[in-house]
Design a protein around this ligand. Structure first.
Ligand code: CU
Length: 115
């Protein structure tokens, strides 16, 4: 009896995870323009470029809340996964981006200028 209730709980947890995945994908489907693979897998955040530092591979963003990182809106410096991502950015650009922890550092893994 004990084991079967454990299995049921595990199955419920799994279906919750599947549901969360589905709603994230549905949300991304509402924003098909330029939604990258990374953006589809994680929630995007809105931001504004304050500073681009290509040498250091960093960007300063004034950003809105980032639910996946449990972070309120603020202005902060992010590492970028690939310095090439900074080529299309300039100060004052409104952007949509995805950030996550990569080797312990909060890193922008996808970014695009918002239209
Ligand atoms: Cu922040």
């Amino acid at each position: 009896m004990k084991l079967s209730s454990f299995v049921t709980a595990a199955a419920l947890a799994l279906s919750d995870a599947a549901f969360a995945q589905t709603s994230a994908a549905d949300h991304a489907a509402h924003h098909p323009a330029g939604a990258s693979t990374a953006a589809a897998a994680m929630a995007t955040a809105d931001g504004e470029v304050r500073k681009v530092d290509k040498e250091q591979g960093k960007v300063t963003l004034k950003h809105g809340p980032i639910a996946s990182l449990d972070m309120p809106g603020m202005t902060m410096v992010f590492k970028v996964a690939d310095p090439k991502m900074l080529d299309t950015l300039k100060q004052g650009d409104k952007v949509k981006f995805v950030a996550g922890k990569v080797n312990g550092a909060i890193t922008v893994t996808a970014i695009e200028v918002a239209k």
